[in-house]
Design a protein around this ligand. Structure first.
Ligand SMILES: [Ca+2]
Length: 219
């Protein structure tokens, strides 16, 4: 009795020309199974890779652009015209675009602004403004900016320009950012001519964009 390397024994059994009919049939079936497994393995691996890297990137983006990111988020303004319950900053994020639900700053405010905290960083692409039909001049000569820093806590922090709107806003103005901007806060300010006092009034602010994504190969 002598020792034989198992790998050589397997090779010899596959190559043996005079094995029994039963052995040949078993070998043929084993080979067919191996071939089928090989054929199945390639598309299965490719499909898995596609699910890992493509699906997580595409699905959230396609839905998010249809969502108003500002809806019911915390909002603030430079001053109060009167009772905040009537003309407060949150009136611009309550989902009501009518003139019955608008903001207003104080009479003597010469540096008016309003901003919403989206509560997370987004890639902001568009800001839609709704103006009131009566006193439309209260929404004019506007600057729309996006920043990662709270404009009250860090008033000197860098703000990225989304869009400028000269003149009086119509009932609805769709302002598309010159390029998508990443940030958590969307700020709207009014350019006051020679420091004059003007109200800033917004009936609704609708912010569109995409959540920030990180590639996660585990999902
Ligand atoms: Ca409103």
């Amino acid at each position: 009795m002598h020792w034989m390397d198992p790998r050589r024994a397997l090779d010899r059994s596959r190559d043996a020309p005079n094995t029994s009919k039963e052995t040949n049939e078993s070998f043929r079936q084993t080979t067919q199974v191996e071939q089928r497994l090989t054929l199945l393995a390639e598309p299965t691996e490719m499909t898995s890779l596609a699910l890992l890297f493509v699906v997580p990137l595409l699905c959230p983006f396609s839905d998010s652009a249809e969502t108003n990111l500002a809806l019911n988020k915390p909002a603030f303004q430079s001053s109060e015209y009167g009772d905040p319950a009537v003309t407060g900053a949150e009136n611009a994020v309550d989902g009501n675009t009518n003139a019955t639900s608008c903001t207003a700053t104080a009479t003597n405010d010469t540096n008016t602004w309003w901003f919403v905290d989206l509560r997370a960083a987004y890639e902001v692409t568009q800001v839609i403004l709704w103006n009131r039909a009566n006193y439309p001049e209260r929404l004019r000569n506007l600057v729309v900016e996006v920043t990662s820093f709270n404009p009250v806590t860090y008033p000197a922090a860098y703000r990225k320009l989304c869009s400028r709107f000269p003149g009086i806003a119509g009932t609805q103005e769709n302002l598309t950012c010159d390029s998508p901007l990443i940030g958590r806060f969307v700020r709207i300010s009014k350019i006051h001519v020679h420091g004059t006092s003007e109200y800033l009034a917004l009936c609704e602010v609708d912010v569109r964009g995409n959540p920030l994504q990180t590639v996660d190969s585990k999902h």
